[in-house]
Design a binder for this molecule. Structure first.
Ligand code: ADQ
Length: 469
């Protein structure tokens, strides 16, 4: 059996039972636990001077972590710069937020080449290499230049924008040529796959051979043949279900329940990121209190939002905006014994979160654009099936493709989201149970194991020998 080598920007060395904030880390660890292999990437440390010359290795069972510290300049240009100030906003359809300059683009290419130099000596000929996310698009091409012919797959955790947006990036063709160095390119949704295929059709001489109802496509471009396919990421449904059964009785969940003194609870849990639609969400909650004043003093909104990417100016700006909004809305509606919004800039362990989800009558997940959004799935899996809460979900989260039984909303439509909250808070038990049962069927059928297995299975079959049709 081939070894799996996972490459991701961030390697989260995790002790048993500890959880990192970030869907990627959670999903990868679950994938590698089963197969064993190497997890290679940045350690998360930034050092003065040059990036670390040789990777540090840590063995945990059959899994080897190989990590590199990044020098300050590399971190600034590759990570804060091109990845998070150019590709992240571009891939989330936010052209107004992209910064474009040659220095950070060069830094991005340089760090990808440097990572490839460091991984190459650790590889065996029959390894399967699975590269994750927008930080590492050129990585496979760099390995190919070094003569690596192993099977290589890439999975994009963010959305993939339509070509009309992607072409705002100077040298966009180079980036897509690099993407075509992989044998398999995975996306969360058919919309993302379509964006990629449309780019190949309109911006290259390549061809696209669609298979199924936009579930996959064979791409012939830049002298290569590859498969592009939809693999919607998911959660460990069974584990979360059983965790939530007892987590509702944990000390923190008890404290939360007592603090509510019979009031209902709406919950939001997100990294503090402008893609998550948090200002619009706060405004929608305000709208609920304004349009349906019967909820005043009857409902609390708990928003958990640990800060991320704090070196990037847009993240400082959104944090300030949210603090101001929470203060203003609380000042407007609070009673001496009730605070409408409980806004927390910190993260919690999975068990505590599971308990909070279970207590919450409404899960409010309203990104303006999101690759998948695992919080939506986690919220549903943590409900009590005899008395489940209601998921209110943005149509622009990848999760909406699979979770049509949620209350699907347009996050830009503040009044519409306010109305959906009202509907969720007043939904009869029968309807709540039906919707929850349907969502659970989806989450049981497609959990993190089936996601991993279907991806690895598809990669195992590379390079593909497609019949010409
Ligand atoms: P993220 O943008 O980080 O992931 P998401 O999919 O919601 O978004 O994953 C977040 C994960 O971190 C969840 O497992 C959640 O429980 C956890 N988390 C969030 N806030 C937390 C907190 N305060 N405390 C503890 N844990 C917290 C990116 C993409 C998504 C895609 C995932 C996986 O942006 O669209 O779904 O990768 O591909």
């Amino acid at each position: 059996m081939s070894r799996l080598v996972v490459v991701s920007n961030r390697v989260a060395l995790m002790e048993e039972g500890k959880q990192a904030a970030g869907g990627l880390a959670v999903a990868i660890l679950a994938a590698l636990k089963k197969t064993g292999g190497i997890w290679f990437g940045w350690s998360g440390n930034v050092v003065d001077g040059e990036s670390q010359a040789e990777p540090s290795r840590t063995d945990v069972g059959r899994l080897t972590y190989a990590t590199l510290d990044l020098g300050r300049r590399d971190h600034e240009e590759y990570y804060n710069g091109f990845a998070n100030q150019t590709l992240w906003p571009l891939f989330h359809y936010r052209l107004g937020l992209i910064s474009v300059n040659r220095r950070t683009r060069e830094g991005y290419e340089r760090v990808n080449a440097y990572f490839a130099d460091r991984l190459e000596p650790l590889l065996r000929p029959d390894d399967m290499i699975w590269v994750h996310d927008y930080h590492l698009i050129p990585f496979g091409d760099e390995l190919r230049r070094r003569g690596c012919s192993q099977r290589m797959g890439f999975f994009l955790h963010t959305p993939f924008p339509p070509p009309e947006l992607l072409t705002a990036l100077p040298n966009h063709r180079d980036l897509i040529r690099e993407l075509c160095a992989y044998d398999l390119v995975g996306f969360h949704t058919a919309t993302d796959l379509r964006g990629f295929c449309d780019y190949i059709r309109t911006e290259t001489d390549g061809t696209v051979e669609q298979r199924g109802a936009y579930g996959s496509a064979v791409i012939r471009a830049f002298g290569r043949t590859l498969m592009a396919k939809v693999f919607p990421i998911s959660i460990d449904t069974e584990a979360l279900e059983s965790l939530a059964r007892t987590a509702g009785r944990s000390r923190q969940a008890e404290r939360l329940r007592e603090s509510l003194v019979g009031r209902r609870l709406i919950i939001g849990v997100d990294r503090l990121d402008y893609s998550k639609g948090l200002p619009q969400r706060f405004a929608a909650f305000e709208q609920l209190l304004e349009s349906y004043p019967e909820h005043c003093n009857r409902v609390s909104f708990l928003q958990i939002a640990p800060p991320s990417r704090e070196d990037v100016p847009e993240y400082i700006a959104i944090r300030r905006e949210l603090s101001e909004m929470a203060g203003r809305i609380n000042g407007r509606f609070a009673e001496f014994d009730w605070q409408p919004i409980r806004y927390l800039n910190r993260s919690f362990g999975q068990r505590v979160l599971a308990g909070f989800y279970r207590l919450a009558n409404v899960g409010l997940v309203t990104p303006l654009r999101d690759g998948m959004n695992l919080v939506a799935k986690e919220y549903v899996a943590c409900q009590d099936s005899d008395n489940p809460g209601v998921l209110v979900l943005s149509q622009f989260a990848g999760a909406a493709h699979e979770m049509g039984e949620a209350l699907i909303v347009n996050p830009f439509d503040i009044e519409g989201v306010g109305d959906a909250l009202q509907r969720a808070l007043t939904m009869p038990l029968g309807e709540r149970k039906e919707r929850h049962a349907a969502l659970m069927r989806t989450l049981r059928r497609n959990d993190i194991s089936s996601w991993r297995e279907s991806y690895v299975d598809a990669l195992t079959r590379a390079p593909y020998d497609f019949p010409v049709t």
